[in-house]
Design a protein around this ligand. Structure first.
Ligand SMILES: [Ca+2]
Length: 331
């Protein structure tokens, strides 16, 4: 066979239809005869419009590599389809279907007499055939010329979805969205004058971000940062906070919590510090004792002479036992 042999092509994989929901549509298998296993094999494609829209087909015939995979099969590489998938833009219109006329050459020049129609399309809203083109499906959304299936989420705003029974040409606010859920704990504890940092345990059932805010009636010295209430505790026995949680789609829930004062149990001027292993607000503290005192509640007066060697009742300290000559005396 000569390299100038002109191939005969008869049909395309998938009858020339390529669903962008299923594949990138950058390649198509061509059925035919007289293919040559040549590095010069090319596929010649000409873009054409299938539906109205902003996409402008390239007016020139474009060449892409072809590969013979069998005596009667060749694979053609194709230009990128303008049919976007998982994409939406408010102002730039989409292209739900686009066409190519494909012919094949063994030598890069002598192309098949026949060319075949190839259509890439978005099956969410388009029903296509190579003979009659593409039409809008009934149960779908066609928004700014982008295709979406029923209940499909707006790719740029989770709070909106395609609900064809409500509107086929615009997004509908997501109907199934649960408000954030607060933890059942509503009673917390603090000691007077501490800076309480109370992490509010709230989750959105859909896993979307939640913002906590304080409503009127809460202490106006308190504020919220990253869903943590920060408050310099006053001497009110019980203080109420009115909380609101808002999810990313503005669904809200409310809860009232109380912070009750507990007496710091640390004795001898020891101070209460939040317990490192307990959550803030749980009422667990540990004592920081002033020098000279120890114990869980600083109740033990340290006998300084017990832990240091004493010389005639004076507290002393050997900084190096091998060097007995140095004796530091604390008076
Ligand atoms: Ca939610």
């Amino acid at each position: 066979m000569s390299i100038y042999q002109i191939p005969t092509i008869s049909r395309l994989q998938g009858d020339g239809l390529c669903d962008r929901r299923k594949r990138p549509c950058r390649k198509v298998t061509v059925f035919g005869t007289d293919f040559l296993n040549s590095t010069n094999m090319t596929c010649h494609v000409k873009e054409f419009k299938v539906v109205n829209g902003p996409w402008t087909p390239n007016n020139t015939q474009l060449r892409f590599p072809g590969i013979m995979t069998d005596l009667v099969l060749a694979d053609c590489y194709l230009p990128e389809s303008p049919v976007a998938q998982g994409y939406f833009h408010e102002t730039n219109e989409g292209t739900p279907a686009a066409g190519l006329m494909i012919s094949v050459s063994n030598d890069g020049e002598h192309i098949s007499y026949k060319n075949l129609t190839f259509i890439s399309y978005d099956s969410a809203c388009m029903s296509c055939s190579v003979s009659s083109g593409c039409f809008l499906k009934n149960n779908s959304c066609f928004i700014n010329r982008y295709c979406f299936a029923p209940n499909e989420t707006n790719p740029i705003d989770w709070c909106y979805e395609c609900l064809p029974e409500v509107n086929t040409k615009a997004w509908t606010k997501r109907q199934a969205n649960l408000p954030p859920k607060f933890s059942p704990t509503t009673e917390y504890f603090a000691v007077y004058q501490e800076t309480l940092e109370l992490t509010i345990d709230v989750v959105d059932p859909e896993g979307m971000p939640v913002t906590v805010s304080l409503l009127d009636g809460s202490p106006n010295t308190a504020f919220v940062r990253d869903n943590v209430i920060i408050w310099n505790v006053t001497n009110d026995a019980k203080t109420q906070f009115f909380l609101k949680a808002t999810d990313a789609c503005q669904a809200t829930s409310f809860v009232n919590i109380t912070v009750a004062l507990v007496v710091c149990p640390c004795q001898n001027n020891g101070s209460c510090a939040p317990h490192p292993n307990k959550p803030r607000g749980s009422g667990f503290y540990e004592c920081n004792c002033v020098p000279g005192f120890t114990g869980d509640k600083c109740g033990t007066n340290i006998d300084e002479c017990q832990s240091y060697p004493c010389v005639r009742g004076i507290i002393s300290n050997f900084d190096d036992l091998s060097n007995v000559g140095h004796l530091y005396v604390y008076m």
